[in-house]
Design a protein around this ligand. Structure first.
Ligand code: SAM
Length: 293
């Protein structure tokens, strides 16, 4: 068989394998800004399923139109997910195939897709996921911060007490941290992050894949100043440097010893706490609490 023929067979095999199957939920990643960021397979599945469950039924038609796809849409979003989830599952159980698309990016990452997957799995429905654009991963790769180990926090809660408590738990996290944030909450979140983490570097990944894409790195204190003067606009992913760089191998001494070292050098207790906190990339309150345990 010539190599051309081999390729033809491979392609045929691939396309057989990619045939849309009945009674299946397809999670289809869609672009996060640039309409061309979509895979061939995603376009094929969207064109062939019986119906599409969409988080935003005003936004998804623009994408479908771009690829000449005409399919019935069912809305599925945060505030109708219980009742709609049941409806979607009943149609899949009756033999239909469904593609789930969310507003943008990978379904089930910080959007109601997660609930539909749980429901389908509970009911023994086959679910498959087509990889594609995801805001968190796009931001991480652009951030210029360490990509070796990272963790994803999604949206922080807006309940003030819970948010502060969660950030305190995360303050010692050594992996690069990715969070999603809405522009109108950005400044508040930066202040909370500064209080909990000290002055870390953050990459502000804004309007990814769009004309005004940016991935500027600033420290938290610089960012608070900048966004106090410039109203945040557009969509943001924050990629925050982990605690490890400053905190680890340099400091074989304990926090207590670190503060005592500065006191021995003539610092007042408060200045010693401040200096040790700065060296370790920790908030003053954490050092204070540590030495008063
Ligand atoms: N499931 C999607 C994903 O992970 O790709 C994310 C859905 S979540 C409801 C929406 C959040 O993703 C936005 O608030 C923003 O933080 C982030 N996001 C989505 N598109 C973005 C873009 N083009 N640029 C920056 N952030 C974006």
């Amino acid at each position: 068989m010539s190599s051309l023929k081999t390729n033809e067979w491979e392609n045929k095999d691939q396309s057989e394998r990619n045939k849309v199957e009945p009674s299946t939920l397809y999670l289809v990643a869609t672009p996060i800004g640039n309409l061309e960021d979509i895979t061939y397979r995603a376009v094929k599945v969207l064109s062939e399923v019986d119906f599409i469950a969409a988080e935003d039924t005003r936004n998804t038609p623009k994408l479908l139109q771009r690829y000449g796809i005409k399919k019935p849409l069912v809305s599925y979003f945060e505030h109708n997910k219980r009742e709609r989830g049941e409806y979607i599952v009943s149609r899949i159980e009756a033999g239909e195939s469904c593609a789930l698309v969310t507003d943008a990016g990978t379904p089930a990452i910080s959007d109601p897709g997660e609930d539909l997957v749980v429901l389908c799995r509970e009911r023994g429905i086959k679910v498959t996921s087509l990889p594609g654009a995801c805001a968190a991963i796009t931001a991480l790769t652009l951030s210029g911060l360490s990509t070796k180990r990272f963790c994803f926090e999604g949206f922080l809660t807006y309940a003030k007490g819970q948010k502060k408590a969660r950030l305190k738990e995360l303050s010692g996290e050594k992996r690069t941290l990715i969070i999603y944030e809405a522009p109108h909450h950005l400044l508040d979140t930066l202040k909370d992050l500064y209080e909990a983490f000290g002055d870390r570097r953050v990459a502000f990944c804004r309007e990814l894949t769009k004309i005004n894409e940016e991935a500027n790195q600033m420290t938290l204190s610089e960012a608070i100043e900048f966004y106090t003067e410039n109203k945040p606009r557009g969509e943001f992913v924050l990629v925050i440097e982990g605690a490890e760089d400053k905190a680890e191998p340099e400091f074989e001494m304990s926090v207590q010893e670190h503060v005592e070292k500065y006191i021995a050098e003539g610092y007042t207790k408060m200045d010693a706490i401040k200096a040790a906190a700065k060296d370790r990339g920790l908030p003053k309150s954490t050092v204070y609490a540590e030495i008063n345990k």
